[in-house]
Write a protein that binds this ligand. Structure first.
Ligand code: C2O
Ligand code: CU
Length: 450
């Protein structure tokens, strides 16, 4: 967990330094890696709704990077997308007020064309948002019964270096080694009857389907943007890159429970095995002590969702992903693809006509899935989401309400979160403007640095 200072005005001030390092993933081998404030990955940042935070991000790499706060509702100039570049040696100082429900968010680099490599080398961390005004009785002691679980796949050379394989590979790196929080063969000693795992698919390309070796049920309590309305008891949860899920697992004294990833259902892709659709991995072994401290039962009601109504949506947009393009265009740093009026409720309809794995992530907002091929979404997709797996050929209708951070000169991104796809152009940009503002079609001015 990251340390912080508190300013005179109450602002929580964090410091992050992106830097090269080296990690001992494999016995007797030092692997060059990148990390925030350390050799690999970064500390968990944590703040409460209503708090102002400020982060000093120093770039000690020898190339430009950025840091994006994935899932956060905040002004576009603070978002850390490809325009907010941090030159080597520089420090970037975003600040904003946390203004959204409790959720498991994360942060990672977003330099245009280089995101896959920056994340793959190790730059990523969790960002927990707490909301004291609605805190159902769930396990919440960090590192005791509330555990971050960052799952990533890696490929090593014989010399123990991380390799990204062929640049042309589709869909990106599918490593043969899975690590959890930077540890191969990770385990955790459980001291309580229930444990909350905050799962993050921190991979650049691989989709997982998490579940336990003995097929035990667990309670899914939260997805990307926060708590579900009520717990959902299930045995599997599929997560594509950047998606999160919070699950509550119940153990008995002396229990051993292996969290694995099972072959994920990827939909109508051309060849499932080529996208990891036949792979199984051990992810995290839970080893329960002989005495477990009692945990309170998972509450029946978790969150009161104020659902957005389809009838309130005044704007409909369609986004079709095909051949590294969205609606026939590749990412252009200068072009504004969509202009959103502040406060508007919109429906975005997403589909992919490639028989490949893609997902879709929208900055700044959390959305609800209205329907998939006209049918209401399954329970695990019924909560607040910022990223969704997009099965080839299906139609995903998403509803969202945009906020009030108006800035015609700073763009938010939407893109496939398979990072090689994103780097190769599967991304677009939108700005949020005021009701009577002109609608810009290109970026100019202060925030534009390319
Ligand atoms: Cu996780 Cu555009 O980012
Ligand atoms: Cu993609």
């Amino acid at each position: 967990m990251a340390e912080f200072q508190v300013d005179a005005d109450g602002t929580r001030v964090f410091e992050l330094e992106a830097r090269p390092g080296s990690s001992d993933f494999l016995p007797g081998v030092q692997t060059p890696t990148w990390g925030y404030n350390g050799d690999f990955l970064g500390p968990t940042l944590r703040a409460e709704r209503g708090q102002r935070i400020a982060i000093a991000v120093t770039n000690s790499l020898d190339e430009v990077t950025t840091v994006h706060w994935h899932g956060m509702h905040l002004p576009a100039a603070m978002d850390g997308g490809p325009h907010q570049v941090i030159a080597p040696g520089d420090t970037w100082r975003p600040t904003w007020e946390i203004n959204q429900p409790a959720a498991t968010l994360w942060y990672h680099p977003h330099p245009h064309g280089r995101t896959e490599e920056h994340v793959y080398r190790g730059l990523a961390g969790m960002f927990y948002v707490d909301d004291p005004s609605e805190a159902p009785a769930l396990p919440n002691r960090y590192g005791v019964d509330d555990i971050p679980v960052v799952v990533q796949d890696k490929e090593f050379t014989d010399a123990g270096e991380l390799t990204m394989g062929e640049r042309q590979a589709e869909p990106g790196v599918l490593g043969s080694t899975v690590m959890t929080n930077g540890v191969i063969g990770a385990y955790f000693e459980v001291s309580t009857e229930m444990i909350r795992l905050r799962l993050l698919n921190g991979s650049t390309a691989r989709t997982y389907d998490f579940g336990f070796e003995d097929n035990r049920n667990f309670d899914l309590v939260a997805t990307d943007g926060g708590l579900l309305a009520e717990p959902y008891s299930t045995t599997r949860i599929r997560l594509s890159p950047a998606e999160r899920a919070e699950i509550i697992v119940t153990l008995t004294p002396g229990d051993i429970a292996m969290l694995r990833s099972y072959p994920p259902e990827l939909g109508d892709v051309a060849s499932s095995f080529a996208f990891g659709g036949e792979d199984t991995f051990d992810v995290l072994q839970l080893r329960a002590n002989d005495y477990l401290r009692p945990s309170s039962a998972v509450p029946a009601i978790l969150h009161n969702h104020v659902r957005l109504q389809e009838a309130d949506a005044t704007v409909h947009r369609e986004f079709t992903m095909a051949a590294r393009m969205i609606n026939g265009a590749q990412m252009d740093m200068n072009r504004i693809d969509e202009v959103v009026i502040e406060g508007t409720t919109e429906i975005w309809e997403i589909r992919s006509t490639d028989r490949l794995t893609h997902n879709f992530h929208i900055h700044d907002v959390q959305f609800y899935v209205l329907s998939i091929d006209g049918v209401a979404p399954p329970t695990e997709l019924a909560g607040r989401k910022d990223t969704i797996y997009v099965e080839p050929g299906r139609r995903y209708r998403l509803i969202m309400q945009f906020g009030k951070y108006v800035d015609p000169e700073a763009a938010y991104m939407y893109h496939c979160h398979l990072l090689r796809h994103e780097d190769e152009g599967l991304m677009g940009q939108f700005v949020v403007v005021g009701t009577n503002d002109p609608q810009p079609s290109s970026l100019s001015g202060l925030n534009h640095q390319h």
